[in-house]
Structures are given as structure tokens and as C-alpha cells.
Design a protein around this ligand. Structure first.
Ligand code: ADP
Length: 198
């Protein structure tokens, strides 16, 4: 079947879309434990970008796990498929000219490397929200750690499933030492040159 899929040459290109948006498009990928602060920080980064006219979209567990990926579990092979589909979706959005923010635990290094292959290195900004499991458990924003300790949730990252920390993230945020505002400013500062605004 695959050999019969021949790409059509569309005349409006990614470059055309970026030119009309007046900025580059790429993917900001937030990784870290549940409750580390990914969505909180991504949300404020998106607001800051949106305020200045940047075209954005945020992908997160709520809008992806409930729709596109509602057939997937938290077993390792499904987590891999979850990230692959999100990366492919993000890739289309980057092609559409958007700055895409994605906030997912994404615990496996090989899956994050795969995102880089799908969207291409140059379009991928890896942001490690580095908060200790002790602090995430203390926050327990969604009550998931409590459930995991009670054995009600299997495969809970940081408790009963591994988290492979990025070795060379583009940005590392330590939320135990940095405020949300400081984290946001650090991220914005990093991406300003990448935006290449006209
Ligand atoms: P995640 O998306 O990683 O699961 P959330 O953003 O939903 O995590 O939750 C993080 C929680 O931690 C929020 O309640 C947030 O207010 C709190 N928090 C405290 N300090 C910080 C900080 N410096 N950066 C981000 N979040 C923080």
C-alpha cells in the first residue's frame, strides 16, 4: 500500500505560511514528572507568545488522551505510541506555521529522541521541568501519587514506572528554586532568536 502513496506537490509551502505569520514555527516539548509544573509553565509561555501575536497551540494530556489517543493505556508500548502520535500531530502543526507547546511526562529517552526525528532536530526544543518526585508527591495536584501509593494506579511514573531524565535538554527548569515567572522568562529568552520575527 505504502508504495502507492505518492506525495502531491502543494503550492503553499511551510515557508509561505511562516512568512504570512511573520515568525518561524517549531515545537516546545515540556517533559517531567506528573505535577512537576509542565502545564502551568507552558500555559504562561503560551499566553506571553499569544499576547504578542505569535500563532500557538498547546497539546496536552487532556486534549490528546481524551480524543486522538483514547485507545491507549499507560503500558510502555502504549506510552511509546502516545508520544509518536503526538509528535506526528505536532509535526503537522509546525508545518502549518504554529509554535506548538506540548506538555507530556514522556518518560522514555528513546521516545523523546523519536520526536526529534519526526519533527527534525532544528524544530525541537526540549524543556526539562526538573522537580523532585518528593516535591511532586507533596503537591499531588491530581491526587495521582496518593492513588499510586495505595496501589490503585499501576505504571505511575516516579513511583512504579521509570522516568529517564534528559541528559542534554535545551532548557532545564528547577521549579523548587525558580518561580513560574522566572521559568517563563528563561524560556522566552531562549526562543526569541528562533522565532526570527519579521
Ligand atoms: P504537570 O503539568 O507537570 O503535571 P502541573 O502544571 O499540572 O504539572 O502542576 C504543577 C503544580 O505545581 C501547580 O499546582 C503549580 O501551581 C505548582 N507549582 C509550584 N511552584 C511551581 C513552579 N515554580 N513552577 C511550576 N509549577 C509550580
Amino acid at each position: 500500500m505504502k508504495e502507492n502513496i505518492i506525495a502531491h506537490n502543494y503550492q503553499v509551502s511551510k515557508a509561505d505560511r511562516q512568512e504570512s505569520n511573520k515568525h518561524n514555527s517549531f515545537l516546545l516539548w515540556f517533559t517531567g514528572l506528573s505535577g512537576s509544573g509542565k502545564s502551568t509553565i507552558a500555559n504562561v509561555v503560551e499566553q506571553e507568545l499569544h499576547k504578542t501575536g505569535i500563532k500557538t497551540y498547546t497539546l496536552d494530556g487532556d486534549n490528546v488522551r481524551k480524543g486522538l489517543n483514547n485507545d491507549l493505556t499507560f503500558a510502555p508500548e502504549d506510552r511509546t505510541e502516545n508520544i509518536r502520535r503526538i509528535a506526528e500531530t505536532a509535526n503537522l502543526m509546525v508545518d502549518a506555521g504554529l509554535v506548538v507547546l506540548a506538555a507530556f511526562v514522556s518518560p522514555y529517552k528513546k521516545d523523546r529522541d523519536n520526536i526529534k526525528n519526526i519533527v527534525k532536530d532544528v524544530n525541537f526544543v526540549e524543556i526539562f521541568i526538573n522537580t523532585s518526585v518528593e516535591e511532586c508527591e507533596r503537591r499531588d495536584v491530581k491526587g495521582l501519587y496518593k492513588k499510586a501509593r495505595a496501589g490503585e494506579i499501576k505504571n505511575m511514573t516516579g513511583i512504579s514506572a521509570p522516568y529517564e531524565a534528559p541528559e542534554n535538554p535545551d532548557i532545564e527548569i528547577k521549579t523548587e528554586n525558580q518561580t513560574v515567572e522566572e521559568a517563563v522568562q528563561e524560556i522566552i529568552k531562549f526562543i526569541i532568536p528562533k522565532l526570527n520575527r519579521q
